[in-house]
Design a protein around this ligand. Structure first.
Ligand code: ADP
Ligand code: ZN
Length: 434
């Protein structure tokens, strides 16, 4: 089922023609209305009229998170304030918040993208969606909410917090869809167990999980524990919010269709800024083709992925991005080796007897980086002998060394001892001196 079949199945040629018209229009708009972009274009010696093909995008300037911070709060807005109807701000996971503004049309487009996303994972107007993304400045809650209403489903604006009560209401209201971070989905499962509710017995059938990196192993774990199909959704506040990309029910797991009528995507080498060929991993760069409030040209997301242009059996013509490995800023450099927390997660979850709750603690001892990986042991293995636990620890340690090339100290900790998060999970605690 598609929400906007005609758009979602546009033949590539027409889609690309639409993207080009929108890109040209975007350049004209930001050149005329945003002094930051006018300056950037002038510095390079290019005008909006020089954009003759989609390939010409590589001549245009990038926008970085720092540019948004430098122009805090309204400097990059392209329309007068009377045309803005809503503000959001990034949760500031990495540094000072960035502010984004939406016109009514932006809000409508966003609701469409989210409604398409729900339809893409098999949800429809008969569904009851329990929305546990935070409501507020964070885009997750309201984004998921407007999309649910646009789809015609029932939107339950739960937001975060009161986790046990949430489970009770999921049961009472007969939720069939769940929107939250993947780590919170597991937390809900634990809370349910504590109050004697088995989520598997509830009518819940589909989860729409995103806002943080997660692995295929984590998906299996969630699907198994909650008795649902779990899908990956991607988005970021700078560009819109959730619904920029979503998996479909047909495609190979891990690949997400980008809403390409709204966004033009590239992947680049994060060091040189050169485009990398499709299929190769690089930093995802997104251009907002229709956004009016705060349009962004070649926004560097710092998220690492690759673009997949092979046709999908669902019939959508939008290309896909592969599962995100993590943000380039989350990448840990441990004694010169690059490691993403999600790679460690993948290994932990392969190991029997551990749970998907973990934290990576980095310290510096003289000139050496030390990494301790704390992983909760699962309830069933909690009473293992000390010897048994040590065996597990060294087996995980060995696998991490073998696959990622870094030495770590793995420590199994008691169930429930790693703090649960209601939003994005905190995976890394970096205590190295800055
Ligand atoms: P903040 O930047 O403050 O965390 P956002 O909510 O805008 O605020 O976060 C967007 C970021 O969250 C993305 O750039 C990406 O790093 C991460 N993210 C969102 N969805 C996913 C996903 N499905 N998989 C991996 N990372 C994701
Ligand atoms: Zn598909």
């Amino acid at each position: 089922m598609m929400f906007q079949t005609e758009t979602e199945t546009l033949p590539r040629e027409e889609l690309e023609a639409l993207q080009l018209r929108r890109l040209q229009n975007l350049c004209a708009r930001i050149y005329a209305n945003v002094p930051f972009y006018q300056r950037k274009f002038d510095e390079i010696g290019i005008t909006p009229a020089d954009v003759k093909s989609l390939a010409d995008i590589k001549l245009l300037p990038f926008t970085e998170k720092q540019d948004m911070r430098n122009n805090y709060p309204y400097g990059l807005f392209a329309v007068p304030k009377e045309n803005i109807v809503r503000l959001h701000a990034s949760s500031g996971t990495t540094g000072r918040a960035t502010v984004v503004g939406y016109t009514q049309r932006d809000i409508n487009n966003w609701a469409d993208c989210m409604a398409r996303s729900y339809a893409s994972v098999g949800l429809n107007q008969k569904d009851v969606l329990h929305i546990a993304y935070g409501y507020g400045l964070f885009t997750g809650g309201l984004g998921a909410h407007y999309g649910a209403e646009r789809l015609g489903a029932v939107a339950i604006p739960m937001s975060g917090g009161s986790t046990k009560r949430q489970v009770q209401l999921m049961k009472d209201f007969g939720a069939t869809g769940l929107c939250c971070t993947p780590s919170y989905a597991l937390y809900l499962h634990e809370a349910a167990k504590e109050i004697g509710i088995d989520i598997k017995e509830l009518p819940l059938r589909v989860g729409v999980f995103g806002a943080e990196p997660w692995t295929e192993a984590m998906r299996h774990d969630i699907e198994e524990k909650l008795g649902i199909k779990a899908y990956n959704i991607y988005g970021l506040s700078e560009v819109m919010g959730p619904g920029v990309a979503i998996e479909c029910t047909e495609g190979q797991h891990g690949t997400m269709h980008i809403q390409e009528d709204q966004f033009f995507i590239e992947t680049i080498n994060p060091i040189t800024g050169e485009q990398v060929p499709h299929g190769e991993e690089g930093e995802l760069v997104i251009t907002t083709l229709t956004k009016e409030g705060i349009p962004l040209l070649r926004y560097r997301t710092r998220d690492m992925t690759s673009i997949n242009t092979t046709p999908c059996s669902c019939g959508r013509t939008f290309s896909r991005i592969n599962r995100l490995t993590g943000r380039s800023d989350d990448m840990l450099i441990i004694r010169g080796v690059n490691v993403y927390p999600s790679q460690i997660e993948g290994i932990i979850l392969e190991e029997a007897g551990t749970s998907p709750h973990y934290q990576i603690i980095v310290t510096r001892d003289g000139v050496l980086d030390n990494v301790e990986v704390q992983v909760e042991i699962s309830e069933e293995h909690f009473d293992d002998t000390i010897k048994g636990l040590q065996k597990r620890e060294s087996s995980i340690q060995k696998t991490i060394k073998e696959f990622l090339g870094v030495s770590t100290k793995v420590r199994l900790v008691e169930p429930q001892s790693i703090p649960r998060s209601e939003g994005k999970a905190v995976r890394v605690i970096d205590n190295r001196p800055k």
